[in-house]
Design a binder for this molecule. Sequence first.
Ligand code: TA6
Length: 298
Amino acid sequence: HTSYASLGSAVQAGVGRNGMDCVTLKHPSGASVSLYKFGAHITSWKLDTKKEMLFLSENAVYDGATPIRGGIPLVFPQFGGGDLPNHGFARTSHWDIRAVESNILVMELIDNEKTRGMWRNYAFRLLYTIELGAKTLKTTLTVVNRGAEPFEFQALLHTYYGLVDIANVGVVGLKDHAFMNKLTNHSVSQENSKVFRFDGEVDSIYTGSPRSLHLTGTGLAGSGDSVEIEIGATGSTGHDVVVWNPHVAKAKRMGDFGDHEWKSMCCIEPGFVAKRTTLHPNGEWSLYQTLTATGVDK
Ligand code: TA6
């Protein structure tokens, strides 16, 4: 076991729900981010005001096998259904701490017998860099092909935002982007709204690399109660953003999600899903999102 004392004052290790290993990164301002080593799954991002910015279901399961419902699940190497379990195996694998600096924590997942058995014996390295500021959280997922043959993959940061009431929430920055609607067999439309509002179930893949999004009306950060989302990717031909809310019917069908919880969450998920990218031996791909809580109490 790593002796966490050597990880410096900013990083504390602990035991979370059901005895699962977790790690907390603290900022001098009082802000903090916590994750489980299971899935390198961030389950909490708090500002110095102690306001929790992310959604975590009250019915989430912590058994070290089921993906935790909420926070920031990591999707790799598959988005949605297919040969692998839904959204792939990164979020149900055990990650290790690779490095710690003052306000940066790096988690790592390398291919293992289980992943090689599930995914054609491919050799990969995933690095997940978490950087915490007083009002910011930057997360970067890097995929490296450390094998001798190319592989195709999808990857995504499946971010669940906590909301006071989704009826007050708007997403600015999607206007003029094309999107595939998963609810109508991936039919393609153009977003016309300057401020996108959640009216009913939403499950859309926006393409064309939306870079700056503004999630307004979260009711959590403070007076301005909103989050700026800056997205970037390297080593690929752009990225996508999935926007999701299950609404009433799907919420009822999800066992690890409260029937009424759809009102207090939405997912804005930067990633690489619309098309698979091929990563050649020694190739590297990375995607980041920088979240900034704005309008916070000064
Ligand atoms: O990102 C949206 C989505 O693909 C939805 O279709 C819904 O299935 C959601 O992900 C949650 O998937 P999960 O496997 O975590 O239940």
